[in-house]
Design a protein around this ligand. Sequence first.
Ligand code: SAM
Length: 219
Amino acid sequence: MHFHIVTIFPEMFNSYINESIIARAIKNKKISISIYNPRDYTIYKHKKVDDTPYGGGPGMVMAVDPMVRAVKKVQQKINRRKNKEKVKIIMTSPSGKDFTNEYSGKLIKNKYTDIIIICGRYEGIDARVKKIFKAEDVSIGNYVLTGGELPAMIMVDVIARRIPRVLGNIESLEENRVSSSEMYTRPEMYEYDGKKYKVPKVLLSGDHKKIEEWKKGRK
Ligand code: SAM
């Protein structure tokens, strides 16, 4: 799976891409992540990518032309591969379709080879970008962030870990077995502010059936 992120803040992705499971997946060629900055493609003065909104209102809007040029650049790169590519174009938007496990699962099931994620900033992106590329608005939650970069990272993370062999053996096992959001590790008892916090007895019992049941109850 190839991820292509269109953003005016490419540096935001550096540490995320270079750490942990995502870095390993890139190294093992399970995924690739390319970043495209509309400022590199804009023909406006001073590398400008935004303008005031028609109809008035506060804030700026990301202009159509620099975004179109950046996305076209991505498409050209994909087309150079000359394979049968299946491309999905996502626009990050707080009012878009919910990004869920089910949504990410469908992207994998439908065998998309490339996912282009367009990150908005300011008051959003000129609506013509969505129309031109038949992109889908996708939201990571019912709140408004300052930009689409965090949503893009979340989408990449969720989708990538569902790609076969992105997670190591142990991590995959963790995925498939009964897990709970209530986890403990050493020590068995932790004292804080005069109060004792103990690991639930069942987890120390060695009775796997009972442990599984306990975990199910805490999902
Ligand atoms: N005025 C815009 C609106 O109401 O849709 C909000 C723009 S927001 C300040 C700037 C950008 O952040 C958006 O264009 C979008 O790309 C991104 N964004 C903010 N919240 C998001 C969310 N919950 N999910 C996905 N993207 C989000």
